[in-house]
Design a protein around this ligand. Structure first.
Ligand SMILES: [Fe+2]
Length: 279
């Protein structure tokens, strides 16, 4: 399958096959333990969109996600597919994948002795944390549109702006449902510690505001044994240097879309200081 605007060479460079039958039993065990642990905590704090998505894509509790099987369920719903990749993609390639409804997904899983934290993304974060939301039609459209806009970022400040938007929504977004704050960001879905922190008293929430989001650095905290050491992003963004009107127009191009997105995304609140456990 060719990813049209990524290019054949790039696709060969970044993608790989998931050899599901080659996973040893202990890796399936890691996956099922993580799944059971998170689901035991997510029934209450998770967004309805995520909980519905888990059922829609048919994530299995007892084994590692089989991407072909998941895609067979997901693609007929929204056209999204999980795309197995070798590891981190450069930002422009990652965004290009999103623009064609392909979500780059690592296929390795954290070892049994490191279930709580791994520095690199793994299949649990990428699939359990991200993919269920792709079955939601509004989120699915937002993420594709985001990819289209983000893949056109050509300067450091534009890349910083779209990275912040991704961080405060797709990775660490909250949404208000029936008057209660719920999590839908993949970092909060996939990490118990981050979810507790985001909904706890130490995390400030603010109403979603696109201008403020793209002008706000995020902090990455790693739960080291010594203490939390903040690693503040050094990417600077002078307010006003990003062509905000373009971002707004491209993300919300029509009044219909704007109304629909407004209804669903305005209650989204962002986590000012999200801790960073499993990406
Ligand atoms: Fe993620």
């Amino acid at each position: 399958m060719m990813i049209s605007n990524l290019g054949t060479k790039a696709e060969e460079t970044f993608t790989k096959q998931q050899r599901w039958n080659d996973y040893p039993p202990e890796q399936h065990l890691s996956s099922s333990l993580l799944f059971a642990r998170r689901m035991s905590h997510l029934r209450e704090p998770a967004s309805r969109a995520f909980l519905d998505g888990i059922a829609a894509v048919g994530l299995e509790r007892d084994s590692l996600p089989d991407l072909e099987q998941l895609n067979g369920n997901l693609e007929p719903i929204t056209g999204w597919r999980a795309l197995p990749v070798k590891g981190f993609l450069p930002a422009n390639a990652f965004f290009a994948c999103l623009s064609v409804r392909r979500f780059p997904t690592t296929v390795t899983i954290r070892p049994l002795d490191s279930l709580d934290y791994v520095p690199e993304p793994d299949i649990f974060h990428d699939v359990f944390g991200h993919v269920p939301m792709h079955a939601n039609s509004v989120f699915a459209e937002f993420l594709q549109r985001f990819g289209t806009v983000a893949s056109r970022a050509s300067t450091e400040s534009e890349t910083a702006a779209v990275t912040r938007l991704f961080w405060f929504t797709v990775e660490f977004g909250l949404i208000e449902e029936e008057g209660r704050k719920k999590v839908y960001g993949s970092g909060l879905i996939s990490s118990h510690a981050d979810c507790l922190n985001a909904l706890g008293p130490n995390c400030a929430h603010e109403p979603f505001d696109l201008d403020r989001v793209i002008a706000t650095d995020f902090r990455i905290r790693r739960p080291t044994a010594a203490a939390f050491r903040d690693s503040v992003s050094t990417i600077g963004l002078a307010r006003g240097t990003f062509p905000r009107s373009r971002l707004h127009e491209d993300l919300l191009p029509t009044s219909n879309d704007r109304a629909r997105m407004h209804a669903r995304l305005q209650p989204v609140e962002r986590v000012i200081e999200a801790s960073f456990g499993t990406r």
